[in-house]
Design a protein around this ligand. Structure first.
Ligand code: IMP
Length: 202
């Protein structure tokens, strides 16, 4: 089954293809949309709506995700991609994060992913995934993307960038959100409202 995905991020696309191998993933860049919602779900909806109008009668999906650091009041949050400014600069983002956590003992953080879907019937669904962990004192590993070299998931002594793709996908925010999305795509999932309520009650 075809699944249109609103992104130009090749790392996200690769992970989505790995996690949903049975789908024919077709990237459609929602170029020009302004992601100005206050939360991940809102931005995922902005992106998926931008492409859904081009693919009526088909499944469309968008992922909006980011890193929340407890000691920084949830930053970088929805600004994760642009933490050190525009355009996105991953080494600068990671360096700024380490600088802002200099001398900070509480390194707790989580990655959150909201996945928005628009079905062939035009109905919208939003599901979430989250993984808890901590920010390392220094980067390590060469896999993955973004903040992966700095994020050590709970229960591990390695960063996301030191895990294989399969290991990361099994526990990651994106892996968890897409497991929920897979149920909706298979016709087994909750409707969008009950998924939204689940998040709101956390
Ligand atoms: P988005 O494309 O607006 O959703 O921005 C997501 C940003 O959050 C990325 O540019 C990364 O900085 C960060 N991010 C999201 N998911 C991951 C991940 O799995 N690993 C590392 N960084 C991530």
């Amino acid at each position: 089954m075809k699944l249109y995905v609103a992104t130009h991020n090749e790392h996200k696309l690769r992970e989505i293809s790995q996690i949903l191998p049975k789908f024919e993933i077709v990237a459609d860049d929602p170029a020009g949309v302004v992601e100005d919602a206050p939360d991940f779900a809102g931005n995922a909806l902005i992106k998926v709506r931008a492409i859904a109008s081009r693919h009526r009668g088909e499944w469309c999906m968008a992922d909006d995700s980011g890193l929340k650091v407890a000691a920084l009041g949830g930053a970088p949050g929805v600004r994760s991609a642009r933490y050190a400014g525009e355009p996105t600069n991953t080494p600068a983002n990671n360096a700024l994060l380490l600088k802002n956590l200099e001398g900070v003992a509480d390194r707790r953080a989580n990655f959150t992913c909201a996945v928005a879907l628009v079905g062939p019937d035009g109905r919208e669904h939003v599901v979430f995934g989250r993984v808890f962990g901590r920010i390392a004192l220094a980067p390590s590993g060469a896999e993955g993307f973004g903040y992966d070299p700095l994020f050590v998931p709970d229960g591990f002594e390695k960063s996301f960038a030191e895990l294989s793709a399969a290991e990361k996908n099994a526990i990651s925010h994106r892996g968890r959100a897409l497991a929920e999305a897979r149920r909706i795509l298979a016709g087994e999932g909750a409707d969008g409202f009950s998924s939204m309520r689940k998040e709101a009650s956390r």
